[in-house]
Design a protein around this ligand. Structure first.
Ligand code: SF4
Length: 384
């Protein structure tokens, strides 16, 4: 284990992603990689680690930059309006992460008071349990925050690290059912002298060398000890679960316009994957049902309105991790009934140009672009 740890750190000294333009939260305010045991801004590390939970580094960076400009302190985040938070998160997906950051900041303030800032390092918790008590923080995110910010020896086990360690050990069990063994391995490998650098090195190895589809084993500091490489087929690891067919569902969506040219949107309930976001109303197509019938039925059931379902505006497919959806979107003309939020938090008539001010799920961006292009064809893509 010490040999593996040393060889990884030696590789990282030369090849690690130590670019302040790529991971600004990992650098001191004067632009240096921190010395051992030197502190970093805890809030910056916390936000980055939560954004990185399901998203790649390059995608996260502009979101993180905008977020830290707007919410540079725990107090600013705790006191923020949730709609603004969701708007800043728009496009990153897994919106519950944003809401939990908001709740976490409020919980921090209740526990530690308003003086919590990056200057007050002694007031930030340094134990795993305090971080795990926050919503949306698991052991890997907590370990990453503590090792990044304080250089404390806590192991990590995110998706990339699971892949690397599954290959290193040529584990015959899929990672989802092998996390106990992988945690032990991550802990055993962890350098006690340089935990921050070691965890960064492990993540960098997974992101740049031991990649999912094309591992560069010739460049890997662990190639001599790696059991997957020794097997001659590193791509056979991690062992995969038997594939399962994702359920498929057609969703009828109504873009409802009234006589004033306003469009109807509703805000989803807070539960679930896209909770709290805005959307165009609609719902699942029943077996054998025409899509126009689906739309008028759903608008009647969920908003208590009658509409004239018009022509199709756009049809688009969207895959989530657990299901595939096809949205068939029709323009509709409102006929009667005051819209009621029977299955949502609230409903609103807005001018089409105002849609950009509301946080929508990613799939809706194309619906909005299609609507604006339909309403203002002369403006072409500029309207979108
Ligand atoms: S030798 Fe290849 S498979 Fe093994 S850890 Fe390195 S890159 Fe991954």
């Amino acid at each position: 284990m010490p040999e593996l740890s040393h060889s990884l750190l030696a590789w990282w000294e030369v090849h690690g992603r130590k670019d302040p333009a790529l991971k600004p939260w990992m650098f001191t305010k004067d632009g240096r990689w921190p010395e051992p045991h030197e502190h970093l801004n805890v809030l910056e590390c916390w936000i980055a680690e939560v954004m990185l939970q399901q998203t790649q580094l390059q995608v996260v960076l502009p979101y993180w930059t905008r977020w830290m400009e707007r919410f540079p302190t725990v107090l600013a985040l705790a006191e923020a309006d949730e709609q603004e938070i969701l708007l800043l998160w728009q496009g990153l997906g897994y919106y519950s992460r944003a809401r939990r950051l908001h709740q976490g900041a409020q919980q921090f303030l209740r526990t530690y008071g308003k003086g919590l800032s990056d200057d007050a390092f002694d007031r930030w918790p340094r134990d795993l349990e305090s971080w795990l008590a926050l919503p949306g923080i698991g052991p890997s995110t907590a370990g990453s925050i503590l090792s990044s910010a304080f250089d404390l020896p806590f192991p990590i086990l995110d998706g990339n690290v699971k892949r690397v360690l599954s290959r290193l050990s040529a584990s015959s069990t899929p990672p989802a059912r092998n996390s106990k063994e992988l945690w032990v391995l991550s802990e055993q490998l962890l350098s006690r002298e340089q935990p921050r650098n070691f965890n960064q090195a492990l993540m960098d190895l997974g992101a740049t060398v031991c990649t999912p589809k094309n591992p560069s084993c010739q460049q890997c500091p662990w190639s001599e000890q790696c059991a997957a490489y020794a097997s001659g087929d590193p791509l056979a690891y991690p062992v995969k679960e038997a594939p399962r067919e994702l359920p498929f569902q057609v969703i009828g969506v109504g873009v409802v316009l009234n006589d004033a040219g306003e469009v109807l949107i509703d805000q989803r309930l807070n539960e679930g994957l896209l909770g709290g976001l805005w959307e165009f109303p609609g719902g699942k197509q029943e077996p054998g049902e025409a899509i126009e019938t689906t739309i008028s039925r759903e608008l009647q059931e969920e908003l208590a309105i009658e509409v004239q379902v018009g022509e199709e505006l756009i049809s688009l497919d969207h895959a989530y991790s657990h299901k595939r959806l096809r949205f068939v979107v029709h323009l509709c003309q409102w006929r009667s009934g005051e819209p009621q939020p029977l299955a949502s938090q609230q409903v609103r008539w807005v001018q089409p140009q105002q849609l950009k001010d509301f946080p929508f799920p990613a799939a809706n961006a194309r619906i909005i672009a299609a609507l604006l292009a339909r309403l203002h064809p002369e403006e072409g893509t500029a309207a979108a």
